[in-house]
Ligand binder design. Structure first.
Ligand SMILES: *[C@@H]1O[C@H](CO)[C@@H](O)[C@H](O)[C@H]1NC(C)=O
Length: 409
């Protein structure tokens, strides 16, 4: 009795990060048979709990596991720490679900839920992302997995349970993953951090020439890091032809902050936010907030619906600008998926007057739709935005109140 127990203990102590990181029992009931190999285009791999960045895992990884040539497999990626590890009230958030994978040829499978990378909300600490592979006992049908969920939809992603799906897929009461692995991600470089890193590095590079080439590469890397998100979310080219040079910070009184496509709720963004950018006090700026996904990203026939337009802002003193369109929060119609809400800051060459636009209040939806940020910029010779940021949101129960405010209920 004693010796086998000791052996088991020794094995689990040396090998089992699934338990020390509580992936067992938070996601799996027992550790997997094998470690899953997962590698991203960015060059990183999962190694049982290593920390990766949102940018590194933005695109789906390449996976391999010991597969039977004619076996069928299910691949799941889920985050048990939604919205945070301390308070996982929405556990699990499903990031990826592919079924009927023949052998380990991922492409042969049916993608039920499109891959979305890791983007934990600011201030929620590190999240664990668990990739697991299960051997199916049969080919799964729509009756087993329900409807297909696209990248832009949060539908069916919350309150997912890896083990429940695994039971269905394997036909077993207590299934064990053929292979699994996990990594952790915390909220990406925040703007203040990126800015201080940048200024630190440029100081260094001006003083210490041997460092300069790597410093310059790093500066480029940080810039790319933040600006790539405008392309990966299709804001370039849907709204602008070139990403802004920097991020602006956008903070709401509800406590949330906009961060390159993070998902916020209409309730959280109902009041106008504070916006900050690196502005020159001797210059005037225009701030735009616009939603290209009206009425939906799939069919944007009213692209764009603009939410906010303030021009002639001296430096960054938003309150002193001319409000051409008063702030209106997010009001995505039900069942239209996630909309993108984009903030753009432009440097003006001089004062702007726009009688044609007039002044739009927050009590009417007139003249908000079918508008174009790029057209406004062109009309006033604003060039490329100097700063920007964006979040995403879908319908919640604040939206009907907003429609009422706009006189459209
Ligand atoms: C609407 O605009 C009025 C007047 O500018 C302002 O007092 C009010 O707070 C705004 N409401 C919202 C929800 O933004």
């Amino acid at each position: 009795m004693f010796i086998p127990t000791l052996l088991v203990l020794l094995c689990s102590v040396s090998a089992d990060k699934f338990m020390t990181h509580e992936v067992v029992p938070d996601v799996l009931t027992i550790s997997p048979k094998h470690e899953l190999f997962a590698e991203w285009e960015s060059g990183v791999e999962t190694t049982q709990g290593n920390e990766l960045t949102p940018t590194q895992v933005q695109k789906k990884p390449r996976l391999s596991w010991q597969a039977e040539e004619d076996g069928l497999y299910t691949v799941i990626m889920a985050d048990p720490d939604a919205p945070s590890r301390e308070n996982p009230s929405k556990r699990e958030f499903l990031h990826w679900l592919v079924v009927n994978v023949k052998g380990s040829r991922l492409r042969s499978g049916t993608t039920v839920t499109d891959y979305i990378g890791a983007g934990p909300p600011e201030g929620t600490g590190p999240h664990r992302y668990v990739l697991s592979v299960w051997k199916q006992d049969r080919s799964l049908t729509v009756d087993d997995y329900g409807k297909v969920v696209s990248k832009n939809s949060a539908e069916g992603r919350l309150h997912f349970r890896t083990m429940d799906f695994a039971r269905k897929a394997t036909g077993e009461k207590d299934p064990r993953a053929v292979a699994a692995n996990f990594f952790s991600v915390r909220n990406g470089l925040s703007l203040p951090l990126a800015v201080s890193l940048l200024s630190m590095i440029s100081l260094l590079s001006s003083r210490l020439s041997p460092l300069s080439s790597s410093a310059i590469r790093f500066v480029r890397f940080v810039t790319l890091l933040s600006m790539e998100s405008f392309s990966s979310h299709g804001i370039v080219p849907d709204v602008i032809s070139k990403a802004p040079a920097a991020l602006c910070t956008v903070k709401y009184d509800s406590g949330v902050e906009v961060s390159e496509g993070n998902v916020l709720t209409p309730t959280q963004v109902k009041n106008a936010p504070a916006v900050q950018w690196k502005g020159d006090n001797a210059k005037l700026y225009t701030l735009i907030m616009t939603d290209p996904d009206a009425p939906s990203r799939a069919e944007p026939t009213y692209r764009e619906w603009h939410h906010w337009l303030v021009s002639n802002i001296p430096g960054t003193d938003l309150a002193k600008g001319d409000v051409l369109s008063a702030y209106v929060g997010s009001g995505p119609p039900p069942k239209t998926g996630l909309h993108r809400y984009i903030f753009l800051v432009y440097e003006q060459k001089g004062r702007i007057e726009d009688a044609e636009h007039g002044r739009l209040t927050n009590t009417s939806a007139d003249n908000r739709g079918g508008w174009k940020a790029a057209k406004f910029a062109e009309k006033h010779g604003l060039g490329v935005p100097v700063a920007g940021n964006f979040y995403q949101a879908e319908y919640d129960d604040y939206v009907p109140l907003l429609y009422k405010q706009l006189g459209a209920a």
